[in-house]
Design a protein around this ligand. Structure first.
Ligand code: PEP
Ligand code: MN
Length: 335
């Protein structure tokens, strides 16, 4: 249950309401979301009594939500959330494409890629500087040097950038250089990290955990929103199943499911979702057709020489072909 407070509520009125809810053992928690005050209550059993609160001056609306996540639910905000990054709008109907290498490897590599993906029509540049690698012996990323190169590529192309923050200790450094913060699959349930990012005024892309249900994923997003950050982009990147032919099993049904359950935009990452560059285009096309708000695609100047994820990275030429074919299916101009 959510109680949305009216903009004119006085402190006395809010205190009175909170005390009343406390007396009923409803564990009220008050949140500020986009300048509005919202109270969540943990126990929905007294529905008619709670609905009667709408008669109070300070209450705009009582919204019954049976699901464990509240603020990210469609019931709370029936309209799609739109996130603005410069002139780009995420969630407003146009397919946005994030493209770039798995990892920033050098100044030349990221700038060359940024120029190529921009020319092909990508709207956001990606590149990892802190890499979550399964093996400690694999390339771990260039760290802050990689972020400096990424920011240079932004300057050259004007593309906003996204990069992963793996650790609370890197947060200030990563924030200095990036426009969107990425929470990787392995950190989806790192609640300390989520709480820190909730307090930051930058959009966050929350990738689905490799074994997370939709409910667990939305509850992770709820941590961000309850902590005050409503600029959340969800990204499906494949989940673990018994199938091993592909790196992960890309769950495209997450697109309509998330659209039903939540107002948040959803992206699809067919690169990590399949692990095979040849499968990236068909899955990207399917995602666009199914109503994804955007795509995240790994692109490398020379995939065979990539320090990480070369097998799932598109060449500039293949990325160009994908972008052209996405236009043909008409998904670039969805209104
Ligand atoms: C990435 O996008 O660089 C990445 C590591 O993805 P994921 O967290 O989905 O594995
Ligand atoms: Mn990768």
């Amino acid at each position: 249950m959510l109680i949305a407070l009216s903009g004119q509520s006085t402190t006395e009125e809010i205190n009175y309401l909170v005390n009343r809810l406390l007396q009923q053992h409803l564990n009220p928690q008050i949140y500020q979301i986009d300048g509005k005050s919202v109270i969540t209550v943990s126990n929905d059993s007294n529905l008619s009594e709670l609905m009667a609160l709408e008669a109070m001056n300070c209450v705009e609306k009582v919204i019954p939500i049976a699901k464990p996540y509240k603020l990210v639910s469609r019931e709370y905000l029936p309209n799609n959330s739109v996130i603005k990054i410069g002139s780009i709008e995420i969630g407003s109907g146009n397919l946005q494409v994030i493209a770039g290498p798995c990892a920033v490897e050098s100044r030349e590599q990221i700038i060359e890629t940024a120029i190529a993906v921009k020319k092909a029509g990508a709207t956001i540049l990606r590149g990892g500087a802190y890499k979550p690698r399964t093996s400690p012996y694999s390339f771990q990323g260039l760290g802050e040097t990689g972020l400096v190169f990424l920011a240079e590529a932004r300057k050259v192309t004007g593309l906003p950038v996204i990069t992963e923050v793996m650790d609370i200790h890197h947060l200030d450094t990563v924030c200095k250089y990036t426009d969107i913060l990425q929470i990787g699959s392995r950190n989806m349930q790192n609640y300390s990290l989520l709480k820190e990012l909730a307090a930051i005024n930058k959009p966050v892309m929350l990738k689905r955990g490799l074994a997370a249900t939709l409910e667990e994923w939305l509850l992770a997003a709820e941590y961000l929103m309850a902590g005050g950050n409503s600029k959340i982009i969800l990204c499906e990147r494949g989940i673990r199943t018994f199938e091993t032919y592909t790196r992960n099993t890309l769950d495209l049904s997450a697109i309509p499911a998330i659209k039903e359950l939540s107002h948040l935009p959803i992206f699809i990452d067919p690169s990590h979702g399949t692990g095979k560059w040849k499968f990236v285009k068909p899955m990207a096309m399917a995602a666009a057709a199914a109503g994804a708000d955007g795509l995240m695609i790994e692109v490398h100047p020379l995939p065979s020489e990539a320090y990480s994820d070369g097998e799932q990275s598109l060449t500039f030429n293949n990325f160009n072909i994908l972008m052209k074919d996405l236009k043909i299916i008409g998904k670039m101009e969805r209104g």
